[in-house]
Design a protein around this ligand. Structure first.
Ligand SMILES: Nc1ncnc2c1ncn2[C@@H]1O[C@H](COP(=O)(O)OP(=O)(O)O)[C@@H](O)[C@H]1O
Ligand SMILES: CC(=O)OP(=O)(O)O
Ligand SMILES: [Mg+2]
Length: 401
């Protein structure tokens, strides 16, 4: 079975085709800056690389271009589009409706539309991707895989905010959590690497990409996560502030900032980028620190401190910890972040092996010291594979009915 996986962001479309016989990736690509004068297209398939800059007006045009590239005789991986058996879509916000991945029909599309209010940056482009794919591959089954679904097991006491109850009833204001597909994938993979049953483990997974979140997973079920009603809460991220005093928002609006300005400030101009006044990218921050840049050092210190503080609080709610997993861009590649976070956690018996931490950088593996009470792992996330696995399962189940 060949599955096309689509992850459409506000101005980008990432895609992969996976051959599910051996779960190999046949093609992988990215269209960026959709809607601007010049859009970038990149595709890689078995060593053949395609790169181009051209104007792509919307997601439908982007997907059309992708379909052409997939069957391109020189750069593609398929002879005909009819070889695609199913399409899996990343959908960021599933609201309270979706506990797991589903086959997309009109009702599901309507529910995703209804949740667009809750994730205005993410759900509309996800819908555009779904609509474009339905139009271009009308007879192919499509599956939605939600970022929020894995967090559905959270208890009320973790997902309710200290706000008037009627806001939950009226506007569904509560913690939802995101990156669930990644937390689900790496927690499963970690238990496989450890050869331990997930049902016996208290685990914290740290997805540290450009967006970043933690999940506290008690015997396979999420009991808390750091992103909330939106993907803005929690950790310090590349450009997002994470937790702040909500009073700051009030203060700024009273000072004359518009709602859109505050939105832009907190989502795009804060976090590591805002503090360092330099970059959202940890590689640049590292260079800055090495060159003696004080703001780069400050951004790094605030990032690591917040992360350590959250892990400490999750050890409390889990009432212990067996496994700590680092994943995504920073988690997989930045040995300093892993070292410095674990340094704060010594009291809890979290002891990293410095050499393994360096040696296993960018690889899957166990990096804790032999006398550590907690297994510390690097696990490379693969949201696309998880989406493809769900899609395969759901399409096969629906065929059996
Ligand atoms: N070699 C590296 N060392 C340190 N940080 C890295 C490295 N490579 C990537 N990163 C970090 O990972 C981030 C991207 O993470 P990723 O998980 O790909 O993000 P997203 O999926 O949210 O776009 C970059 O912004 C950068 O901070
Ligand atoms: C939900 C979310 O924050 O996703 P990303 O990290 O891809 O922006
Ligand atoms: Mg990501």
């Amino acid at each position: 079975m060949k599955i096309l996986v689509i992850n459409s962001g506000s101005s980008s479309l990432k895609y992969q085709i996976l051959e599910m016989e051996n779960e190999s990736c046949l093609v992988k690509g990215l269209v960026e800056r959709i809607g601007e004068q010049e859009s970038d297209i990149e595709q890689e398939s078995e060593g053949k690389e395609y790169k181009n800059i051209t104007k792509i007006k919307d997601h439908e045009e982007a997907l059309k271009k992708v379909m052409e590239l997939i069957i391109d005789p020189e750069y593609g991986c398929l002879r005909e589009l009819s070889e695609i058996d199913a399409v899996g879509h990343r959908v960021v916000h599933g609201g309270e409706e979706f506990f797991s991945s589903v086959l997309i029909d009109e009702e599901v599309i309507k529910a995703i539309e209804d949740n667009a209010d809750l994730a205005p940056l993410h759900n509309p482009p996800n819908l555009m991707g779904i609509r474009a794919a339905k139009k271009l591959l009308p007879n192919v089954p499509q599956v939605a895989v939600f970022d929020t679904a894995f967090h559905h097991s959270m208890p009320e006491k973790a997902y309710m905010y200290g706000l008037p109850y009627e806001l939950y009833q009226k506007h569904k204001i509560r913690r939802y959590g995101f990156h669930g597909t990644s937390h689900r994938y790496v927690s499963k993979k970690a238990s496989e690497i450890l050869k331990k049953d997930m049902k016996e483990l208290k685990m914290i997974t740290a997805h540290l990409g450009n967006g970043a979140s933690l999940a506290a997973i008690d015997r396979g079920k999420v009991i808390d996560t750091s992103m909330g009603f939106t993907p803005l809460e929690g950790l310090i991220m590349g450009t997002r502030s994470g937790d702040i005093d909500p009073g700051i928002v009030l203060f700024l609006t009273r000072k004359g900032y518009s709602v859109d300005e505050v939105d832009d400030l907190l989502n795009k101009r804060s976090g590591v980028y805002g503090l360092s006044e330099m970059s959202n990218d940890m590689r640049d921050i590292r260079k800055g620190i090495e060159n003696g840049d004080k703001k780069a050092k400050l951004a790094y210190d605030v990032y690591v401190y917040r992360l350590a503080k959250y892990i400490g609080s999750y050890i409390t709610v889990l009432k212990g910890l067996d496994v700590l997993v680092f994943t995504a861009g920073v988690g997989e590649n930045d040995e300093h972040v892993r070292m410095d976070v674990c340094d704060y956690l010594d009291f809890f018996g979290v002891k990293i092996d410095k050499e393994k931490n360096t040696l296993l950088n960018r690889k899957n593996g166990i990096i804790s010291a032999s006398d550590s009470d907690v297994d510390i792992l690097i696990v490379k996330t693969d949201e696309e594979l998880m989406i493809a696995q769900d899609t395969k399962r759901i399409v096969e189940e629906s065929n059996d009915k």
